[in-house]
Write a protein that binds this ligand. Structure first.
Ligand SMILES: Cc1cc2nc3c(=O)[nH]c(=O)nc-3n(C[C@H](O)[C@H](O)[C@H](O)COP(=O)(O)OP(=O)(O)OC[C@H]3O[C@@H](n4cnc5c(N)ncnc54)[C@H](O)[C@@H]3O)c2cc1C
Length: 398
């Protein structure tokens, strides 16, 4: 058999990009990930290396200075990076979602203004839907923008911004009361430009500080407080208010493929660590891999890695073909994140007591995997999306 998680029918360019990223991950990420993560230190040198490789512009069209690659290429790159350290994939993911939303929904002026600088990594994107009182229930957003002349004034609090401090452009979903019947039709995405950093970074705009997390360290996750923040109407994504919910859901749909890819990367690494350890550790006179109980665990883990990878690739290819992939992306995200939690736990158990030591990489993966059950929509939300999709296809006509 071949190594796990191979992808059929890649172009020469895709293979070249992946092999470059894989060698960057092996040389520049894996050797430093444990120390940086334990110190909760931002991976500045790694991020600079990714900028040089052009990763920040991977999916940005060539006319704006990007590489114009597909969602599949992006997802496979993310899988490689998360195999090295999930936090690094977090640095690029919100940037990628915002660039994608601009590409799909931005006005020509907005694309011209942001995309070339996003392609180089000079402008770095974050996206903000969640608030202290809501995450899954996006339509309930309370942060409000009120028109005032040819600008808007925003008040409210946002929560859980990945790259909240290090980004310079935050696509932010807020309420603009337009009188529409459905709550989600009253939501608008604003392109909030700000300097990187913490504290009051602009009049009426505060990034209080980093939220201390269980894992996924190094990358900053923050709140965002608006207090009479004034923004021009030209900073509404696409120029027309009331379209924010659909724009964000489009972004999250590609984000889900990315989270599935991340889960695949972590699972691959957890498997690699387990299969190596199982051949080195001896009990009762033989390597533990020769105990059938351990060999069968490895067989199960490898099968989960393979299944999740195939579903992730399928969801990415559908989107690249211009088809709706909400159900497939939901399925890929669901299975990849659930399998990732299982595979990391299996790898942890194969490591015995050493799995609990901070010297071994698996303890970090054990703290990273749970986030994937939550981010870009929890497993329950994925099941809601999948089951709704199923009834569209299989519903009985009455
Ligand atoms: C580290 C980290 C980074 C994040 N980064 C970002 C970011 O960059 N931008 C951003 O906008 N958000 C971000 N988030 C927020 C994330 O998207 C939300 O945490 C997630 O959507 C879940 O929302 P919640 O935490 O409010 O949970 P809730 O919505 O309160 O859900 C709580 C529980 O109830 C379940 N539940 C909720 N509704 C239903 C239902 N209808 N049926 C069945 N079960 C249900 C959920 O599955 C969950 O188990 C981040 C979160 C974390 C932890």
């Amino acid at each position: 058999m071949a190594r796990l998680a191979q992808t059929a029918d890649l172009t020469d360019i895709q293979q070249e990009i992946l092999s470059t990223v894989r060698s960057f991950v092996d040389k520049e990420i894996i050797p430093h990930a444990q120390a940086l993560e334990h110190a909760d230190e931002y991976p500045t040198e790694i991020v600079d290396g990714l900028k040089e490789l052009g990763i920040f512009g991977l999916m940005i069209p060539e006319e704006y200075g990007g590489l114009g690659e597909s969602l599949l290429t992006y997802a496979l790159v993310v899988e490689e990076i998360a195999r090295g350290w999930m936090s690094v994939s977090g640095v690029i993911n919100t940037h990628f979602i915002v660039a994608y939303m601009l590409r799909q929904h931005g006005t020509p002026e907005q694309k011209e203004h942001f995309l070339p600088r996003m392609a180089t990594g000079e402008v770095r994107g974050a996206f903000s839907m969640s608030e202290p009182g809501l995450g899954s229930d996006v339509a309930g957003i309370r942060t409000k923008a009120v028109p005032d002349g040819d600008s808007y004034v925003i008040d409210g609090q946002k929560m859980w911004l990945t790259n909240g401090g290090s980004s310079t452009l935050v696509a932010t979903l807020v309420r603009t009361d337009l009188g529409a019947d459905k709550a989600y039709q009253n939501l608008t995405t604003f392109l909030v430009e700000k300097p990187a950093g913490f504290g009051t970074v602009a009049p009426g705009l505060t990034i209080p500080g980093k939220i201390d997390k269980m894992g996924y360290k190094g990358v900053d996750t923050t709140e965002l407080v608006f207090d009479g923040y004034r923004i021009g109407a030209d900073m509404i994504l696409g120029g027309t208010p009331g379209r924010g919910f659909a724009q964000m859901m489009d972004g999250v749909e590609v984000g889900r493929v990315n989270v599935a890819a991340r889960a695949c990367g972590i699972s691959i690494r957890a498997f690699e660590l387990a299969v190596e350890y199982a051949q080195q550790r001896e009990t009762f006179g033989k390597p533990i891999v020769q105990h059938q109980a351990i060999a069968f665990q490895l067989a199960e883990m490898a099968t989960k890695v393979e299944a999740a990878h195939l579903m992730m690739v399928n969801a990415a290819r559908l989107k690249d073909a211009g088809q709706r992939n909400d159900v497939e992306a939901g399925m890929a995200k669901l299975i990849a994140s659930e399998y990732c939690a299982e595979v990391t736990t299996q790898s942890f158990r194969i490591h015995g007591g050493y799995g609990y030591s901070k010297e071994y990489e698996i303890e970090r993966l054990m703290r990273e995997a749970p986030f994937l059950l939550i981010g870009e929509g929890t497993s329950e939300i994925q099941k809601t999306i999948i089951s709704r999709g199923l009834l569209k296809e299989y519903g009985l006509e009455r």
